[in-house]
Structures are given as C-alpha cells and as structure tokens.
Design a protein around this ligand. Structure first.
Ligand SMILES: Cc1ncc(COP(=O)(O)O)c(C=O)c1O
Length: 408
C-alpha cells in the first residue's frame, strides 16, 4: 500500500460525494458536459488571498505568477485581488490584457523573449524583468524605434538559492537573470540608454514548505537588493522578492507556517536599509495562490484485474496531470492527494492502481492506493490541481485533447 498525499482543507462530503463550493461533483460534471474536468473554487482562491493579506506586512504586495494557471476565468477572478501579475510570454500578456488588467501592473520575466514579445510588452507599458545584457540592449533598441522608454527591471541571478526548494532558480550558472556582480553596470547602462528604471527581480526558488528557508531567502534577497541598489546609485523603485511558498502534495508534507513567514518579513520591512526606504515591495506566487483551489475530475471507464492487481482505468491522465503522474521533475513517484469523488468519505476497502487512458505505463494517477470500492462510472478526484495542471501537461499527446475547466 502506498499512501496518498494530504487532501487540502475546504472540501466537504455532500450526500456521499465530494462537494466543491457547496456543489456535488456529479452536478458540476453534468453542468460542464463531460469529464475530464478541472474545477477551480472561487472561495478557496479568495481564502488564500485573505490568509496572505492577514499574514504579510501591508507594504508587501502580492503578485500572481500567471504561469501557474492562465485560465481566463482564473486571471479575471484574481485581477481585483492581487497587486500585480507576472507573465512569462506574450501569450500570457494577451490573456491578462483580455481580462482588462492594466499592463502597468504586469511584469514579464523569462529567458528567450523574442523581439515581437519585447515590442508588445514595451508598447503596452509592461515592465520587462531583463534576463541578460543582450535582451536589455534589444529592449532599448525597440524602445527607441517605438519612441517609448521601456520600463525595465533586472532579474538578478543571485549567488544563493532557497534551500529545500523543489526548483532552484538561482546560484551558480543559470539561464535565468543576470549574475549579481554584473547587475550594477548593466543597470547603469540601461538607465543611460533611456530605460525607465523599475528596479530588481530576485527569484530564488519554488515549492518550499520550510518557513525557515523562506525567511532566510527573503533576508538574503533584501540584503542583496540593498547592496545592488547602492552600487547602481539610482534607487530601486520596485523590488520583486520572488516567492517560493509551496503546497503539500505528498504524504508527510506539511503546510508552510505562513504567520511565521509574515512576522519575520514584517520585522525586516520595519528596519529596511535606507537605500530601500522608498522601494515598493512584492512577492510573486503561483501555486501557493491557486494550486489547492483546483480539483481534477475524471471518470472510471474500466475496472480490471491483472495478476491480482486492480486497475481503475479513467478517461483522464498525464495529458492533463503530468505532475501528478510523476513525470514532471520527480525522481521517485509518489501519490498526489486523490479520492473516489463519488464515494467521498466512505471507508477505503481495497488497494487499487488508478491509471489514465493513455497508451503508456507512465500514465498513473495513484499507485497501490487504498480507496472505497469504485465501479465503472464513478468519478476520481485528484487534488492540488489548480496549478501546473491543464497548462503544464501535454494535452495534444495521443489526441485525447484538453480537459474542460470551470470556476465555481
Ligand atoms: C520567475 C518565476 N516566477 C514565478 C514562478 C512560480 O512558482 P510557483 O508556482 O512555485 O509559485 C516561477 C516558477 O518556477 C518562476 O520561475
């Protein structure tokens, strides 16, 4: 038997079924018209923003990293709730603009920005988090051609990383950002070249559950920002401190101690070095904002035995849930939180392998998991599906197509 990860709070059982936003899953599937289906909960999105606002010092803004969930309904729902939006492509820019977001609330990070993407962002007034000298020079040239001073911040590749993070985004040779020691010179050249100087972006890691690691990273980020700002000699209008707050996916994972992170940050912010006294501060969060608010629902299509093992074969799979299948940066496959959604809360009575419909042994949603007995037609829920599900899975693979997505 292999345990499944912890089901996030905020879900209930109604008439023996999983309910999301007070509505039974079978009702939601009927309304959407088909499985597989991603359901995103407005109430859970709102609850997470409220928790952050309560814990963080008022001076620190919250940005939504759109890459975690670029569904138009989610972007529109987050628009009035967060302070800024971080995008990683001109595709995400279009989605934000379509949702009516003021481009001056948007910053654009990511290596390999094409000229047409730089042009779209500069013309709209988006801040470019510049990833290299070459990109900076192209941005200046495009700005000069358009007659617009490009709004430019520099993404720093710091010498430190966020310890314990699932994905390290700094330290040593990286394709992200400008090595810290090269930042002051490049910033001065960008400013002299006509950029509207917007400050610094220091993103150190992702998916960290340790409050200590986050607190340490934030302290390091503030110290580095102060040092670089001193060396640049032009003030720092805005500092994007990165994010990195993770969510529990696997057995044994525990949530980030957010009040502790907030209290430590409040202390730091209350005694900022003079050089950052007027700097606008923000953190940048993707999965922490949206991950736990999403559930992936798929239907059991077949129930079969092979060599004594029971397989529940669903109409879902890794084409929508690459990370849950264990094929997105995972070394040892572990089970995401999952359940038989139409028998929610019933006693687990059998060990099953829940698999997808793709013709590959990689397509697994839960291995050797204890579940209540499920029949053909039952719905399976995979939790923590609000981030990097629909948008970070190969939905074209084998032609099954994308899943439906709804916000309730
Ligand atoms: C620059 C940047 N911003 C934001 C994120 C979002 O991270 P998460 O969804 O873990 O908060 C990432 C993830 O790698 C990133 O590289």
């Amino acid at each position: 038997m292999k345990p499944v990860g912890p089901i996030p709070s905020g879900f209930e059982s109604l008439d023996g079924e999983l309910a999301i936003g007070g509505r039974r899953v079978s009702e939601l599937v009927a309304e959407a018209g088909a499985t597989p289906l991603f359901v995103y909960s407005k109430a859970l999105l709102d609850r997470r923003v409220a928790e952050l606002r309560a814990a963080l010092p008022a001076r620190v803004g919250v940005n939504f990293a759109v890459k975690a969930n670029p569904h138009p309904l989610v972007i529109a729902h987050m628009a009035p709730q967060v302070d800024g939006f971080d995008i990683a492509s001109s595709g995400e820019l279009k989605l934000c603009v379509a949702a009516g977001i003021d481009p001056r609330r948007i910053s654009f990070a990511g290596p390999g920005k094409r000229d047409d993407e730089l042009e779209a962002a500069i013309a709209a007034g988006v801040t470019l988090n510049c990833e290299s000298e070459g990109e900076g020079m192209r941005a200046l040239a495009i700005g000069a051609r358009l007659g617009i001073a490009p709004r430019i911040a520099i993404r720093v590749n710091p010498s430190f990383v966020m310890t314990g993070s699932g994905m390290k985004m700094g330290g040593g040779a990286k394709q992200f950002g400008v090595d810290a020691e090269k930042v002051p010179d490049l910033a001065r050249r960008m400013i002299a070249g006509g950029a509207e100087w917007r400050g610094l972006h220091i993103f150190t890691g992702s998916q960290t559950l340790s409050a200590d690691a986050i607190i340490e990273a934030q302290a390091n980020v503030l110290a580095l920002a102060a040092e670089l700002t001193e060396a640049i000699g032009h003030g720092c209008p805005k500092l994007n401190m990165g994010g990195g707050l993770g969510i529990p996916y696997f057995p044994g994972d525990t949530p980030v101690d957010l009040p502790r992170v907030g209290a430590a940050l409040a202390e730091r912010v209350a005694s900022l070095p003079d050089v950052l006294a007027d700097t606008e501060l923000c953190i940048e969060l993707g999965r922490y904002l949206v991950g736990e608010a999403g559930v992936y629902l798929c239907r059991v299509i077949d129930r079969k035995e092979s060599h004594g093992v029971t397989f529940l074969v669903t109409d879902g799979g890794l084409h929508h849930q690459l990370a849950a299948s264990g094929n997105f940066g995972t070394v040892v496959r572990r089970n995401y939180p999952s359940a038989i959604a139409t028998r929610y809360g019933a006693e687990p009575t059998e060990e099953v392998n829940i698999v997808g419909c793709l013709c590959t042994p990689l397509d697994r949603l839960a291995d050797n998991a204890m579940m209540p007995r499920a029949e053909v037609g039952d719905l399976v829920a995979v939790f923590c599906a609000g981030a990097y599900g629909a948008s970070a899975s190969p939905s074209a693979f084998l032609g099954h197509g994308p899943a439906a997505e709804i916000l309730v």
